[in-house]
Every structure is written in structure tokens, then in C-alpha cells.
Design a binder for this molecule. Sequence first.
Ligand code: SF4
Ligand code: SF4
Length: 181
Amino acid sequence: MDEKKLQNIFYNTSYGKKILKCIQCGTCSASCPLTGLMEHGPRELFALIRDGDMELALRSETPWYCVSCYQCVVRCPQEIPVIDLMYCLKRMSREYDMVPVSHKIPDLYRAFSQAVDHHGRISEAMVMANYGILHPVDAFKNISMALELLKRKRLEFFPRQIIGRRWVAQLPAGEKVRKNT
Ligand code: SF4
Ligand code: SF4
């Protein structure tokens, strides 16, 4: 798909056109605690989108590092919903098969979604198991923490299911993330 079409799709999402109000002041990037890990800060990411460099924006690791801390949102002079835009980029990069392959966070998101699809709610044990299948070394490193949590009854080994789990499983991914946060 050409980049112009991807840009239009992005603009036509719920919050897409909000980045047209961005004045490129850089307050978001300066406020972000994860900027040091991101290949482009939020300001630069929005500039890429406005320039039509959609493939670069959708393949960027930046949205996957965002932890929804709201530092950028509360400081943006243009009240741009940075977090919603980050979620939008993540959804689009999954939909158009542009998830950065070297990044582990998309696998964690997938593990989270699988747990919610099965049980209608988050289950730490299942998230750890689903993620651990893909990244056994990481799982192994966290075993002592998991055992400690189990000992303190802070981790359910057998997850409980909610009554409406089939309804939750049918929700689009974006809605599901919002309803579980
Ligand atoms: S703080 Fe807001 S206006 Fe400034 S660069 Fe970031 S998104 Fe744009
Ligand atoms: S919400 Fe995301 S982009 Fe904004 S400051 Fe926090 S981590 Fe950075």
C-alpha cells in the first residue's frame, strides 16, 4: 500500500487529525522518560507522519516503548492525545504487518491479548506462560520473582474466568486494551 493511502487511513482514525495541530515544540519528547530508548521521540514521529513517511513511522519501535505515563499529554500545549496516537500506530503496524521484528514488546501485547481472549481478564500466570514460550530466556530470568509472588499469594496459578468472556474476546483489539486499563 502506498504511503499516501496509509497517511489518509491514519488521519481518518478517531484521533489521527489531531497531529495536524502539533506545533513541533518538542515538549512531549523532552518530557518522555523513555525518549532515550526511542529511535524517534513523539515529536519526530509526528513529523514523519505529516511528511508522509508512513512506513518509517509504522515500523518505528517508538510506540512500542510508550508506557502511557501521560507526561507528554499533560504538558502538550496543543492538547494532543499522544497516547491514543501511539495506540493507533501500534494497531496500524499490526494490521499492515509492519511490527518491528526486533522488538519484544509486541509479543508481550500478544500474550496479554491471548490471556484476555481466553479468560476475559488479565492473568499474570498466563501472560508469563504465553510470553515465555516465545522468549524462554526472559521467562527463566523471572522465575524467582514468579515463585516469590506465588508464595505471597500475589499470583494466581489457575486463572479465573469472567462470565462475559466471549463478549470480551469479540471486542476489537483497541477497545479491549482500553477496557482493561
Ligand atoms: S508537545 Fe504537543 S505540540 Fe509539542 S511537539 Fe509534542 S505533540 Fe506537538
Ligand atoms: S505517554 Fe508514552 S510517549 Fe508520552 S511521555 Fe509517557 S512514555 Fe513517553
